[in-house]
Design a protein around this ligand. Structure first.
Ligand SMILES: [Zn+2]
Ligand SMILES: [Zn+2]
Length: 142
């Protein structure tokens, strides 16, 4: 379990005056444990044993975590992945393997695109599609 990442997330939220409530923290923990993109309904199923987790709760938690930069939504997979850069502001680039579903992230800290006419970009996610190194290697085809 990634306690270090959770601790970092807690510190980050505290420093920004954001509340990492138990359900938000649990969702982040599940995503960190998964180490791969997870769909909202799978998160919901994982939370159910603790009860009190209704769909709106999970979507609100995911929205919070996404806005805080702790989680990225992977549009291509309609899933969520924990950001291992602890809410570092900047542009995230997600490399999505269309063969095995692996998502690798490159996070450009502090580098944000400039918007038109004074538009201030606060977070940015770019998705690239292709094949991961393992799927692209000749051995994978054998
Ligand atoms: Zn990230
Ligand atoms: Zn792959």
């Amino acid at each position: 379990m990634s306690n270090k990442a959770l601790d970092a997330a807690e510190r980050l939220c505290r420093s920004r005056g954001l509340a990492l409530t138990p359900v938000r923290k649990r969702v982040l923990e599940l995503l960190l444990e998964a180490n791969a993109p997870v769909k909202a309904y799978d998160l919901l199923a994982a939370l159910r044993p603790g009860a009190n987790a209704q769909p709106p709760t999970i979507y609100r938690a995911l929205d919070f975590l996404t806005r805080a930069g702790l989680v990225h939504r992977v549009e291509a997979l309609n899933a969520y992945t924990a950001c291992l850069h602890a809410g570092g502001r900047g542009a995230a680039e997600l490399y999505v393997c269309e063969t095995c579903g692996l998502v690798e992230e490159r996070h450009r800290k502090g580098v944000l695109p400039e918007g038109p006419g004074g538009f201030q970009v606060s977070r940015s996610v770019i998705e690239h599609y292709g094949r991961c190194a393992a799927c692209a290697s000749p051995a994978a085809k054998a």
